[in-house]
Design a protein around this ligand. Structure first.
Ligand SMILES: C[S@@+](CC[C@H](N)C(=O)[O-])C[C@H]1O[C@@H](n2cnc3c(N)ncnc32)[C@H](O)[C@@H]1O
Length: 238
């Protein structure tokens, strides 16, 4: 499973960057998550582990807020795009850091990809200093403005390996949690652009190769029209 995730993101750098250029979605999620963590945590966050940092969009957002991030990711290719000084290729299930190292650990759109989120959360707890803060955002999906799930009537092979309720349960097993939902305006075009990322199309068609799964995803979503809403759940724990 991890090998698949790593390979899928290794080949997703260009389409991921294109989606971000068009929407600014991941930067916005990271900034909003950081602000919640700072508000609900014990004050200023200096050292922050960006767990599943990808190409560094989240890490740069944390830097912009004045924190010092360490960007950790499975995917070497994603990490090569990351410009923050602290970069580590690694697995958030088995963190290469001593206990009590960070003021905060953030999973920006990454924990939902873990086959076993409890393990990643236990590792986050271990590397946090006493009184430290964990934060995560996980997808709730895409809806029409009438509140219908865009995928409800669409036939595809699979969903995410771990859904958002599993992320919540894992975090709640280690932390006192606050949670809420963020809703962003989206269009049929941005939905298709998101599923042009091979690592994301893999959530719909995990058994197809990268090119075939993106093609199938584009066919599946070809007639979806906006306006749409894209929803993400946020979690902050102490
Ligand atoms: C949707 S991207 C989010 C990247 C970044 N946080 C952002 O906001 O743009 C998810 C990232 O999580 C990474 N990831 C997934 N499972 C991981 C694991 N077990 N350990 C480390 N990174 C992981 C993937 O390689 C991918 O780069």
């Amino acid at each position: 499973m991890k090998e698949h995730i790593q390979k899928n993101f290794d080949i997703s750098t260009v389409s991921y960057a294109e989606y971000e250029t068009r929407t600014g979605r991941f930067r916005k999620l990271a900034l909003q998550l950081y602000d919640r963590m700072a508000d609900q945590g014990s004050g200023r966050i200096e050292s922050i582990l960006d767990a599943g940092a990808g190409s560094g969009i989240s890490a740069r957002a944390f830097e912009q807020r004045g924190a010092t991030p360490v960007a950790l990711d499975l995917s070497r290719q994603m990490l090569r795009e990351c410009t923050v000084p602290g970069r580590v290729q690694g697995d958030f299930d088995n963190l290469p850091f001593s206990s009590d190292t960070f003021d905060a650990v953030a999973f920006t759109a990454s924990l939902f990809l873990a086959p076993n989120p409890e393990r990643a959360v236990a590792e986050a707890r271990r590397v946090l200093r006493a009184g430290g803060t964990v934060g995560a955002v996980a997808p709730l999906g895409w809806r029409t403005t009438a509140g219908e799930d865009v995928f409800a009537e669409l036939d595809r092979d699979s969903r995410s390996p771990a859904d958002t309720s599993e992320v919540e349960a894992a975090l709640a097993s280690e932390f006192d949690l606050e949670t809420g939902t963020w809703t962003f305006e989206a269009t049929g075009e941005t939905l298709r652009l998101f599923h042009a990322i091979p690592a994301i199309a893999a959530r719909l068609y995990p058994r197809l190769d990268a090119e075939a799964r993106v093609e199938r995803a584009q066919q599946l979503l070809a007639d979806v029209e906006g306006p749409l809403e894209e929803q993400w759940r946020w979690f902050v724990g102490r």
